[in-house]
Design a protein around this ligand. Structure first.
Ligand code: ADP
Length: 475
């Protein structure tokens, strides 16, 4: 069975968040289950691409409205990621340093999708399943089934995974001409609230969709940035499959980015050695509990509340904790955090930006990871934290609810959970964290318990393979 994953991100080629981690790992685990999964993504000016060798395997040209483009399909020559990796190159449009936030993002991702469809429709052996990830690839199911140009692909089942429904990629009807040779009687499938909405079109047209956790699948029907009615109506097509983690990369025993490697048995010592390094780096006292936040500094993650949380930790908790933040996002939040880090050096520090190595070191050295998310479709940070023996402090939402069990509520629990994204609830949770830190035996017990959990991709990759098999039976 040949499965093609289409995505804007794929670790280690290009990653902004969880989407990159998932697409960089899931195909590898699927291949270990005996299917042939590959990844097709845009070409970016990124280190991985300049440092590896690619063959050009296909060339074509396409029209985006009235503009003509040439494109190339490049294939990485060694399959070193555990799956074949294909890049679509379009000069001036898909050879950029960043993944998102360009003013012509609509053109960027439509051109990517059209180039894939041109190439795929000319392949002798067509894929058995086309698996699209998020809105950047959301027009593909519509175009496969309702564009005469791509009718050779119309029999292939499509699966769409919703990693984050907050972003939908909508654009105006004036750009309808970007979509070639479509059946105009079907344009209603593209529409949501008067715009062309790629995520809505994907949900309407795909054979099945998945959400990245069972709770997120439920939440989409009442909280999905305007698509609630659609998700509720299409629920019978949906399935919630929790993300996994790539334990080849995220393993404290072998992780080459850490200052010191450790196992469950040596976690106490190993984590302390990593904490010593980070405390020195960021000017903290190693004896105090270290609470970290890693992620996008946006409202979804509850990041707007972090400055007040930091101040409360200094006043209410008399500076008994250290807080470290790694992230980037809204300029206001970045600025506030930078000012606070200068003013309260001994209690709080931050690294504004993206830094993969530092993220690994923080998972290994922190005592707690704070995730006060308003929306968290799956969340990978808590899974990495668990693997590295770092207690997650999470709001009960989405995938956080599905993966973290509060140790006060369940005798087998290992995390700290709270219900509301507000200062009061976050501070209550932090107070609990400080209390648990004062009991080394409890800390050790929780660490041992959480490090024994298996959140690797093995189980979830199998759910996807079974989903594909059921679709193929129907063709
Ligand atoms: P998102 O909603 O951003 O996709 P996830 O929890 O699913 O959130 O995944 C976040 C991933 O991105 C994790 O691998 C996390 O370690 C990583 N990450 C987020 N921000 C940064 C950053 N500033 N530097 C390094 N890694 C980061």
């Amino acid at each position: 069975m040949q499965v093609v994953h289409l995505s804007a991100e794929c670790y280690p080629v290009a990653k902004v968040g969880g989407l990159g981690d998932v697409v960089g790992a899931l195909p590898k685990y699927q291949n270990s289950l005996g299917i042939q999964a590959s990844v097709v993504m845009p070409y970016y000016k990124k280190k991985f691409i300049s440092e590896n060798h690619f063959d050009s395997i296909f060339e074509g040209s396409l029209a985006l409205g009235t503009t003509l483009f040439n494109f190339k399909v490049l294939k990485e020559t060694t399959d070193k990621l555990g799956f074949p990796l294909f890049l679509i190159y379009i000069s001036g449009l898909l050879d950029r340093e960043e993944i998102y936030s360009y003013p012509d993002e609509t053109e960027q991702f439509i051109a990517f999708q059209l180039a894939f469809l041109e190439w795929a429709s000319q392949l002798k052996k067509k894929p058995d399943i086309v698996h699209c990830h998020d809105h950047h690839t959301g027009l593909i199911p519509f175009l496969m089934y309702h564009s005469r140009r791509y009718k050779k692909l119309a029999h292939i089942p499509t699966v769409v995974t919703v990693h984050n429904a907050e972003y939908q990629g909508w654009f105006g009807w004036d750009k309808l001409s970007y979509l070639p040779d479509i059946d105009l009687s079907k344009t209603g499938l593209l529409d949501w609230n008067g715009t062309i909405n790629p995520l809505a079109a994907a949900i309407k047209c795909c054979w099945r969709f998945t959400a990245v956790s069972p709770t997120y699948l439920e939440e989409l029907s009442y909280n999905s940035n305007g698509l609630e009615y659609l998700f509720a109506g299409e629920k019978q097509k949906g399935v919630g499959i929790i993300n996994g983690i790539d334990t080849d990369i995220w393993n404290p025993e072998t992780d080459s980015m850490l200052m010191s490697n450790y196992t469950t048995k040596t976690a106490k010592k190993g984590k302390l050695e990593n904490k010593r390094w980070i405390s020195k780096e960021f000017g903290f006292a190693v004896t105090k509990p270290l609470i970290a936040f890693i992620g996008r500094l946006v409202g979804e993650k509850g990041a707007d509340l972090l400055p007040q949380v930091i101040l409360n930790c200094i006043t209410e908790l008399h500076s008994k904790v250290n807080i470290l933040i790694l992230g980037s996002g809204l300029a206001d939040i970045e600025d506030e955090l930078t000012i606070l880090s200068k003013k309260h050096k001994k209690q709080f520090n931050c690294f504004i930006g993206y830094n993969e190595t530092l993220s690994h070191r923080i998972y290994a050295s922190a005592d707690f990871i704070l995730m006060p998310s308003r929306i968290e479709p799956c969340g990978l940070n808590q899974l990495y934290a668990l693997r590295y023996g770092t207690i997650p402090i999470v709001r009960n939402t989405g995938g956080l609810k599905d993966t973290v069990i509060d140790y006060e509520i369940d005798a087998n629990g290992y995390g700290i959970c709270f219900n509301d994204t507000n200062i009061k609830s976050i501070m209550e949770a932090i107070h609990r964290a400080v209390t648990s830190y004062q009991s080394p035996s409890q800390l050790q017990l929780l660490r041992t318990r959480m490090m024994a959990l298996d959140f690797s991709w093995s189980k979830s990759a199998n759910h996807y393979v079974n989903l594909y098999k059921n679709l193929i039976i129907k063709t």
